[in-house]
Design a protein around this ligand. Sequence first.
Ligand code: CP
Length: 353
Amino acid sequence: MSPPPHAVQSQADPVSVWTRRSLLGLQELSAAEIRSLLFTARGFSDVSTRSIKKVPALRGRVVANLFFEDSTRTRLSFTLAAQRLSADVVELTETGSSVSKGETVADTARNVVAMGVDALVVRHKAAGAALVAARAVDCAVINAGDGKHEHPTQGLLDIYTLVDTRLKRAGGVDPRLEAFDLTGLKVAIVGDIVSSRVARSNIAGLTRLGAEVVVVGPPTLAPRSLESLGCRVEHELDGVLGAVDAVNMLRIQFERHSGGAGGGGGGEATKGSPAFPSLREYKQAFALTRERLTRLKEGAVVMHPGPMNRGIEIDGEVADSPQSVIFRQVEHGLSVRMAALYLCVGALGSRGG
Ligand code: CP
Protein backbone atom coordinates (compact mmCIF):
# COMPACT_ATOMS: atom_id res chain seq x y z
CA MET A 1 0.00 0.00 0.00
CA SER A 2 1.37 3.42 -0.86
CA PRO A 3 1.50 6.16 1.81
CA PRO A 4 -1.21 8.82 2.01
CA PRO A 5 -0.76 11.29 -0.88
CA HIS A 6 0.39 14.15 1.34
CA ALA A 7 2.24 12.25 4.07
CA VAL A 8 5.62 13.65 5.00
CA GLN A 9 8.09 10.91 4.20
CA SER A 10 10.54 9.59 6.75
CA GLN A 11 13.42 7.14 6.56
CA ALA A 12 11.25 4.55 8.32
CA ASP A 13 8.12 3.66 6.31
CA PRO A 14 5.28 4.14 8.81
CA VAL A 15 2.74 2.36 6.63
CA SER A 16 4.75 -0.86 6.33
CA VAL A 17 4.96 -1.03 10.15
CA TRP A 18 1.19 -1.55 10.27
CA THR A 19 0.11 -5.12 9.41
CA ARG A 20 -3.07 -5.48 11.51
CA ARG A 21 -6.52 -5.61 9.94
CA SER A 22 -8.12 -4.45 13.19
CA LEU A 23 -7.56 -1.78 15.84
CA LEU A 24 -9.02 -3.16 19.07
CA GLY A 25 -6.93 -1.45 21.74
CA LEU A 26 -3.69 0.38 22.44
CA GLN A 27 -2.57 -2.10 25.10
CA GLU A 28 -1.65 -4.61 22.38
CA LEU A 29 0.24 -2.13 20.16
CA SER A 30 3.97 -1.44 20.05
CA ALA A 31 5.37 2.10 20.16
CA ALA A 32 6.20 1.74 16.45
CA GLU A 33 2.60 0.84 15.60
CA ILE A 34 1.26 3.81 17.60
CA ARG A 35 3.74 6.13 15.85
CA SER A 36 2.65 4.69 12.51
CA LEU A 37 -0.99 5.62 13.24
CA LEU A 38 -0.07 9.12 14.46
CA PHE A 39 2.27 9.78 11.56
CA THR A 40 -0.39 8.68 9.07
CA ALA A 41 -2.93 10.91 10.85
CA ARG A 42 -0.61 13.89 10.40
CA GLY A 43 -0.48 13.11 6.69
CA PHE A 44 -4.26 13.46 6.56
CA SER A 45 -4.52 16.50 8.83
CA ASP A 46 -4.78 19.11 6.08
CA VAL A 47 -7.66 17.38 4.21
CA SER A 48 -10.25 19.00 6.49
CA THR A 49 -8.92 22.48 5.65
CA ARG A 50 -9.31 22.12 1.86
CA SER A 51 -12.24 23.44 -0.14
CA ILE A 52 -12.85 19.87 -1.38
CA LYS A 53 -12.45 17.79 1.79
CA LYS A 54 -11.75 14.45 0.12
CA VAL A 55 -8.92 12.14 -0.96
CA PRO A 56 -9.49 8.99 -3.04
CA ALA A 57 -7.64 6.61 -0.67
CA LEU A 58 -10.64 4.31 0.06
CA ARG A 59 -12.72 4.94 -3.07
CA GLY A 60 -14.98 1.94 -3.71
CA ARG A 61 -14.69 0.66 -0.13
CA VAL A 62 -17.58 0.49 2.35
CA VAL A 63 -17.40 1.32 6.07
CA ALA A 64 -20.23 0.26 8.43
CA ASN A 65 -20.70 2.15 11.70
CA LEU A 66 -22.26 -0.25 14.22
CA PHE A 67 -23.07 1.96 17.22
CA PHE A 68 -24.92 0.02 19.92
CA GLU A 69 -24.24 2.74 22.53
CA ASP A 70 -24.81 6.50 22.23
CA SER A 71 -22.12 8.72 20.73
CA THR A 72 -21.72 12.19 19.27
CA ARG A 73 -17.99 12.73 18.60
CA THR A 74 -16.85 9.22 17.73
CA ARG A 75 -19.74 8.31 15.46
CA LEU A 76 -19.80 11.56 13.51
CA SER A 77 -16.03 11.69 13.11
CA PHE A 78 -15.82 8.08 11.88
CA THR A 79 -18.56 8.90 9.35
CA LEU A 80 -16.75 12.06 8.21
CA ALA A 81 -13.37 10.28 8.21
CA ALA A 82 -14.70 7.53 5.93
CA GLN A 83 -16.36 10.10 3.65
CA ARG A 84 -13.13 12.13 3.43
CA LEU A 85 -11.35 8.96 2.30
CA SER A 86 -14.09 8.60 -0.39
CA ALA A 87 -15.51 5.41 1.17
CA ASP A 88 -19.27 4.75 1.26
CA VAL A 89 -20.70 4.69 4.80
CA VAL A 90 -23.66 2.80 6.25
CA GLU A 91 -24.92 3.22 9.80
CA LEU A 92 -26.61 0.83 12.24
CA THR A 93 -27.76 1.51 15.80
CA GLU A 94 -29.46 -0.76 18.32
CA THR A 95 -32.74 1.10 18.00
CA GLY A 96 -34.26 0.26 14.66
CA SER A 97 -32.04 -2.76 14.00
CA SER A 98 -32.52 -6.48 14.73
CA VAL A 99 -30.13 -6.16 17.70
CA SER A 100 -33.22 -5.00 19.60
CA LYS A 101 -34.75 -8.43 18.80
CA GLY A 102 -31.80 -10.28 20.35
CA GLU A 103 -29.42 -10.77 17.40
CA THR A 104 -25.86 -11.15 18.67
CA VAL A 105 -22.89 -8.91 17.90
CA ALA A 106 -21.21 -11.76 15.98
CA ASP A 107 -24.28 -12.48 13.85
CA THR A 108 -24.88 -8.78 13.23
CA ALA A 109 -21.26 -8.41 12.09
CA ARG A 110 -21.48 -11.47 9.80
CA ASN A 111 -24.70 -10.19 8.19
CA VAL A 112 -23.31 -6.72 7.59
CA VAL A 113 -20.08 -8.10 6.10
CA ALA A 114 -22.08 -10.47 3.87
CA MET A 115 -23.31 -7.32 2.10
CA GLY A 116 -19.78 -6.49 0.99
CA VAL A 117 -18.55 -4.19 3.74
CA ASP A 118 -14.79 -3.62 4.10
CA ALA A 119 -14.62 -2.24 7.66
CA LEU A 120 -16.76 -2.35 10.79
CA VAL A 121 -16.55 0.41 13.39
CA VAL A 122 -18.04 -1.01 16.59
CA ARG A 123 -19.21 0.73 19.76
CA HIS A 124 -20.86 -1.38 22.46
CA LYS A 125 -21.49 -1.23 26.20
CA ALA A 126 -19.84 -4.65 26.70
CA ALA A 127 -16.07 -4.96 27.02
CA GLY A 128 -14.76 -7.28 24.30
CA ALA A 129 -17.58 -6.62 21.80
CA ALA A 130 -15.21 -5.39 19.07
CA LEU A 131 -13.03 -8.47 19.57
CA VAL A 132 -16.11 -10.70 19.21
CA ALA A 133 -16.93 -8.93 15.92
CA ALA A 134 -13.32 -9.21 14.71
CA ARG A 135 -13.32 -12.96 15.37
CA ALA A 136 -16.59 -13.40 13.48
CA VAL A 137 -15.57 -11.67 10.24
CA ASP A 138 -12.53 -11.32 8.01
CA CYS A 139 -12.74 -7.58 7.33
CA ALA A 140 -11.20 -4.69 9.27
CA VAL A 141 -12.75 -3.99 12.68
CA ILE A 142 -12.10 -0.80 14.66
CA ASN A 143 -13.11 -0.54 18.30
CA ALA A 144 -15.02 2.72 18.85
CA GLY A 145 -15.34 2.07 22.60
CA ASP A 146 -16.23 -1.22 24.32
CA GLY A 147 -17.62 -0.91 27.85
CA LYS A 148 -14.89 -0.11 30.38
CA HIS A 149 -12.18 -1.74 28.26
CA GLU A 150 -10.66 0.52 25.57
CA HIS A 151 -11.36 3.44 23.25
CA PRO A 152 -8.21 3.33 21.12
CA THR A 153 -8.97 6.17 18.69
CA GLN A 154 -9.78 8.48 21.64
CA GLY A 155 -6.43 7.56 23.20
CA LEU A 156 -4.69 8.25 19.88
CA LEU A 157 -6.35 11.62 19.34
CA ASP A 158 -5.46 12.65 22.90
CA ILE A 159 -1.83 11.67 22.31
CA TYR A 160 -1.84 13.38 18.90
CA THR A 161 -3.06 16.58 20.58
CA LEU A 162 -0.24 16.46 23.15
CA VAL A 163 2.41 15.82 20.49
CA ASP A 164 0.98 18.54 18.23
CA THR A 165 0.99 21.07 21.10
CA ARG A 166 4.58 20.17 21.97
CA LEU A 167 5.83 20.39 18.38
CA LYS A 168 4.08 23.70 17.67
CA ARG A 169 5.66 25.22 20.78
CA ALA A 170 9.03 23.92 19.63
CA GLY A 171 8.66 25.75 16.34
CA GLY A 172 6.52 23.65 14.01
CA VAL A 173 6.32 20.31 12.26
CA ASP A 174 9.10 17.79 12.81
CA PRO A 175 8.91 15.51 9.75
CA ARG A 176 10.43 12.51 11.49
CA LEU A 177 8.42 9.53 12.73
CA GLU A 178 10.48 9.74 15.90
CA ALA A 179 8.91 13.15 16.67
CA PHE A 180 5.96 11.23 18.06
CA ASP A 181 7.65 10.77 21.40
CA LEU A 182 6.49 11.96 24.82
CA THR A 183 9.54 11.26 26.94
CA GLY A 184 9.54 13.59 29.95
CA LEU A 185 5.87 14.58 29.62
CA LYS A 186 3.71 14.18 32.75
CA VAL A 187 -0.03 13.66 32.32
CA ALA A 188 -2.71 13.52 35.03
CA ILE A 189 -5.98 11.72 34.27
CA VAL A 190 -8.59 12.73 36.83
CA GLY A 191 -11.95 11.32 37.88
CA ASP A 192 -13.79 8.08 37.30
CA ILE A 193 -10.79 6.07 36.15
CA VAL A 194 -12.18 2.66 37.00
CA SER A 195 -15.12 3.07 34.58
CA SER A 196 -13.04 4.64 31.84
CA ARG A 197 -12.01 3.01 28.58
CA VAL A 198 -10.49 6.39 27.66
CA ALA A 199 -8.17 6.18 30.68
CA ARG A 200 -7.07 2.64 29.80
CA SER A 201 -6.25 3.57 26.20
CA ASN A 202 -4.49 6.77 27.29
CA ILE A 203 -2.37 5.02 29.92
CA ALA A 204 -1.28 2.35 27.41
CA GLY A 205 -0.48 4.76 24.59
CA LEU A 206 1.11 7.53 26.65
CA THR A 207 3.42 5.21 28.58
CA ARG A 208 4.38 3.36 25.36
CA LEU A 209 5.63 6.71 23.98
CA GLY A 210 7.56 7.58 27.14
CA ALA A 211 5.16 9.80 29.12
CA GLU A 212 4.54 9.47 32.86
CA VAL A 213 0.88 9.05 33.82
CA VAL A 214 -0.71 9.69 37.20
CA VAL A 215 -4.38 8.86 37.71
CA VAL A 216 -6.27 10.82 40.38
CA GLY A 217 -9.59 10.15 42.07
CA PRO A 218 -11.18 8.78 45.21
CA PRO A 219 -10.05 5.22 46.08
CA THR A 220 -13.38 3.85 44.82
CA LEU A 221 -12.85 5.38 41.35
CA ALA A 222 -9.03 5.25 41.23
CA PRO A 223 -8.02 2.13 43.17
CA ARG A 224 -4.35 1.35 43.82
CA SER A 225 -4.72 -1.79 41.63
CA LEU A 226 -4.64 0.48 38.54
CA GLU A 227 -0.87 0.77 39.05
CA SER A 228 -0.62 -2.61 37.27
CA LEU A 229 -1.39 -0.64 34.06
CA GLY A 230 1.88 1.28 34.42
CA CYS A 231 0.62 4.51 35.99
CA ARG A 232 0.85 6.09 39.46
CA VAL A 233 -2.31 6.44 41.55
CA GLU A 234 -3.03 9.49 43.72
CA HIS A 235 -6.11 10.41 45.75
CA GLU A 236 -5.47 14.17 46.10
CA LEU A 237 -5.71 16.43 43.06
CA ASP A 238 -4.19 19.52 44.65
CA GLY A 239 -0.85 17.79 45.24
CA VAL A 240 -0.59 16.82 41.56
CA LEU A 241 -1.72 19.91 39.64
CA GLY A 242 1.52 21.88 39.77
CA ALA A 243 3.64 18.98 38.57
CA VAL A 244 1.96 17.94 35.32
CA ASP A 245 2.03 19.15 31.70
CA ALA A 246 -1.54 18.08 30.95
CA VAL A 247 -4.62 17.32 32.97
CA ASN A 248 -7.27 15.14 31.33
CA MET A 249 -10.62 15.45 33.14
CA LEU A 250 -13.05 12.53 32.96
CA ARG A 251 -16.81 12.47 33.39
CA ILE A 252 -18.28 10.45 36.25
CA GLN A 253 -19.91 7.54 34.42
CA PHE A 254 -22.91 7.15 36.70
CA GLU A 255 -24.46 4.74 34.21
CA ARG A 256 -21.61 2.25 34.80
CA HIS A 257 -21.83 2.39 38.63
CA SER A 258 -23.87 -0.41 40.15
CA GLY A 259 -26.30 0.78 42.82
CA GLY A 260 -26.06 4.47 41.89
CA ALA A 261 -28.98 6.76 41.31
CA GLY A 262 -27.81 7.52 37.79
CA GLY A 263 -29.96 7.98 34.76
CA GLY A 264 -30.18 10.03 31.62
CA GLY A 265 -31.89 13.28 30.88
CA GLY A 266 -29.36 15.89 31.90
CA GLY A 267 -30.00 15.65 35.65
CA GLU A 268 -26.29 15.16 36.45
CA ALA A 269 -26.29 17.54 39.42
CA THR A 270 -28.81 15.44 41.28
CA LYS A 271 -27.18 12.07 40.62
CA GLY A 272 -25.63 9.92 43.28
CA SER A 273 -23.20 7.04 43.31
CA PRO A 274 -22.03 4.49 45.87
CA ALA A 275 -18.48 5.55 44.84
CA PHE A 276 -18.44 8.79 46.90
CA PRO A 277 -20.49 10.36 49.73
CA SER A 278 -22.02 13.23 47.74
CA LEU A 279 -21.50 15.04 44.47
CA ARG A 280 -20.68 18.24 46.42
CA GLU A 281 -17.79 16.51 48.21
CA TYR A 282 -16.58 14.94 44.96
CA LYS A 283 -16.48 18.37 43.29
CA GLN A 284 -14.65 19.92 46.25
CA ALA A 285 -11.90 17.32 45.98
CA PHE A 286 -11.64 16.52 42.27
CA ALA A 287 -13.31 19.14 40.03
CA LEU A 288 -11.09 21.33 37.86
CA THR A 289 -12.35 24.71 39.04
CA ARG A 290 -11.26 28.19 38.02
CA GLU A 291 -9.26 28.40 41.26
CA ARG A 292 -7.47 25.10 40.59
CA LEU A 293 -6.68 26.20 37.03
CA THR A 294 -4.36 28.88 38.47
CA ARG A 295 -2.28 26.16 40.15
CA LEU A 296 -1.36 24.45 36.87
CA LYS A 297 2.18 25.07 35.76
CA GLU A 298 2.77 27.49 32.89
CA GLY A 299 2.05 25.88 29.54
CA ALA A 300 0.03 22.99 30.97
CA VAL A 301 -3.05 22.09 28.95
CA VAL A 302 -6.57 21.05 29.98
CA MET A 303 -8.15 18.09 28.17
CA HIS A 304 -11.50 16.30 28.26
CA PRO A 305 -12.67 13.48 25.97
CA GLY A 306 -16.32 14.59 26.17
CA PRO A 307 -19.14 14.52 26.86
CA MET A 308 -18.43 17.19 29.51
CA ASN A 309 -20.61 17.81 32.51
CA ARG A 310 -19.83 21.49 33.03
CA GLY A 311 -20.06 22.39 36.69
CA ILE A 312 -19.29 18.85 37.85
CA GLU A 313 -15.83 17.55 36.86
CA ILE A 314 -14.89 20.80 35.08
CA ASP A 315 -16.02 24.43 35.38
CA GLY A 316 -17.42 25.92 32.19
CA GLU A 317 -14.85 28.74 32.36
CA VAL A 318 -12.03 26.19 32.54
CA ALA A 319 -13.36 24.27 29.55
CA ASP A 320 -13.41 27.53 27.56
CA SER A 321 -10.10 28.89 28.89
CA PRO A 322 -6.97 29.48 26.76
CA GLN A 323 -5.38 26.45 28.44
CA SER A 324 -8.15 24.19 27.11
CA VAL A 325 -7.39 22.02 24.05
CA ILE A 326 -10.74 20.21 24.25
CA PHE A 327 -11.98 21.22 20.80
CA ARG A 328 -8.55 20.62 19.26
CA GLN A 329 -8.91 17.04 20.53
CA VAL A 330 -12.18 16.75 18.61
CA GLU A 331 -10.57 18.25 15.49
CA HIS A 332 -7.69 15.75 15.66
CA GLY A 333 -10.16 12.88 15.97
CA LEU A 334 -10.94 13.19 12.27
CA SER A 335 -7.42 12.67 10.99
CA VAL A 336 -6.72 9.95 13.57
CA ARG A 337 -9.83 8.05 12.43
CA MET A 338 -8.92 8.54 8.78
CA ALA A 339 -5.54 7.00 9.60
CA ALA A 340 -7.10 4.05 11.46
CA LEU A 341 -9.48 3.28 8.57
CA TYR A 342 -6.78 3.78 5.94
CA LEU A 343 -4.23 1.54 7.65
CA CYS A 344 -6.63 -1.25 8.67
CA VAL A 345 -8.50 -1.46 5.35
CA GLY A 346 -5.24 -1.04 3.42
CA ALA A 347 -3.53 -3.76 5.47
CA LEU A 348 -6.35 -6.10 4.58
CA GLY A 349 -6.23 -5.24 0.89
CA SER A 350 -2.50 -5.38 0.28
CA ARG A 351 -1.23 -7.88 2.82
CA GLY A 352 -4.15 -10.23 3.23
CA GLY A 353 -5.01 -9.14 6.79
N1 CP B 1 -15.28 10.89 23.59
C1 CP B 1 -16.30 10.16 23.12
O1 CP B 1 -16.18 8.93 22.93
O2 CP B 1 -17.43 10.87 22.89
P1 CP B 1 -18.77 10.24 22.27
O3 CP B 1 -19.33 9.30 23.32
O4 CP B 1 -19.68 11.40 22.02
O5 CP B 1 -18.40 9.50 21.04
